[in-house]
Design a protein around this ligand. Structure first.
Ligand code: DP6
Length: 342
């Protein structure tokens, strides 16, 4: 093997119980466990061409255009995973990557991008005889975690669990595991991402994670997240939509309250974020619908609803929510089954 090409399509994911905070003095170890829906439509497709050589050379193409600004991050990632696969410190890597969602949509591509790249690297390791097929996904998830924590969960569907938790057998801080012990309704849940603000975030997730170390509420938050994982497990299994709404929205607002109580404090929500939340609450109050929201580390709103309500919920987006989206933009997505080799 001197030159080898492979390609993977890996989705984004949206956390229900959030990862916010890493253990100090460790590399990418979460302070609490987290669980997410794997998405289906928002994905990164990466083609990796690898050539054996004695030095390291990285070239990144984004949507077909050379993107030198990505190279330092990729090189740092390769160094970080070198204890697992020492071969990655040398070689020529041409990483041709494209996202199904617009670059400027404010949707983070680190989860889908890092998982797609990690899966490609595992293919090289497989080809070199350094990895067994049986360990493939777990190793890819571990590499992805070292690139971006939430990326560890994107490898599998319909849900992913990352972080050690006694109620989730096999769970680990080092990699995510697939999770499907859930009622049917959650295996096809819909998530429309309302793009209320497409610009760059003012504070990156990585910086935000770091700020939690000095947050006075950190210890209580980490304990609460572990308890919420236990509660979420029961809710997902029983299909309790009221319990789901309550816990998912609380997790989203808690995440943002942690940002507001950091030093320096910051706010990633925009006024339209709150308007969307209020519109969803008013609709629920008025019509008793089982629709709710969650947020990631940004201003966009993930609007969650059961597949059976798709038509009505999407009509509601058109008439009530779209007005708060930048240029009326949103992306319909739903729970998916994880990454695919292409
Ligand atoms: C709010 O995985 O993007 O989306 O590990 O530093 O790359 P790094 O951070 P990242 O953080 C994601 C935070 C979150 C919650 C979540 O996905 O669990």
């Amino acid at each position: 093997m001197s030159t080898y090409t492979t390609a993977w399509k890996s989705p984004s994911n949206i956390a229900l119980v959030k990862y916010w905070g890493k253990k100090p003095n460790d590399v990418q170890i979460p302070s609490n466990a987290s669980i997410s829906f794997t998405l289906n439509n928002c994905a990164t497709t990466t083609t990796l061409t690898y050539e054996e050589q004695s030095t390291l050379e990285v070239k990144v193409l984004l949507e077909g255009k050379e993107e030198p600004s990505f190279v330092p991050k990729i090189e740092q990632f390769l160094k970080r995973i070198a204890h697992i696969f020492p071969f990655v410190t040398t070689g020529k890597y041409i990483i041709d990557t494209s996202n199904s969602f617009p670059h400027s949509s404010g949707i983070a591509s680190s989860a889908s991008g890092m998982s797609a790249l990690s899966l490609c690297i595992c293919d090289i390791a497989l080809e070199k005889g350094l990895l067994e097929e049986a360990d493939f996904l777990q190793t890819a998830s571990e590499l992805a975690r070292l690139g971006s924590g939430s990326a560890s969960r994107s490898v599998y569907g319909p849900l992913g669990v990352w972080g050690e938790h006694s109620d989730f057998a096999g769970s680990s801080d080092n990699f995510a595991i697939a999770y499907d012990n859930v009622a049917e309704v959650f295996k096809s849940y819909c998530d429309t991402i309302l793009l209320v603000h497409k610009g760059q975030k003012t504070v990156s997730s990585t910086v935000g994670h770091g700020l939690i170390d000095d947050n006075p509420y950190a210890t209580a938050r980490f304990a609460q997240a572990q308890e919420n994982m236990t509660a979420m497990k029961a809710i997902l299994k029983s299909g309790d939509l009221d319990g789901f709404i309550n816990l998912v929205e609380s997790e989203a607002l808690t995440l943002h309250s942690l940002m507001m109580s950091s030093n320096p404090y910051f706010i990633l929500m925009k006024s339209e974020t709150l308007k969307v939340i209020e519109a969803i609450w008013a609709k629920r109050e008025k019509d008793g619908v089982k629709w709710c929201f969650t947020l990631d580390a940004g201003a966009n709103v993930h609007f969650l609803y059961p597949q059976a309500d798709k038509e009505a919920a999407q009509a509601f987006i058109e008439t009530e929510l779209k007005q708060y989206c930048e240029n009326g933009a949103y992306i319909h997505d739903e729970v998916g089954m994880g990454a695919k080799r292409i």
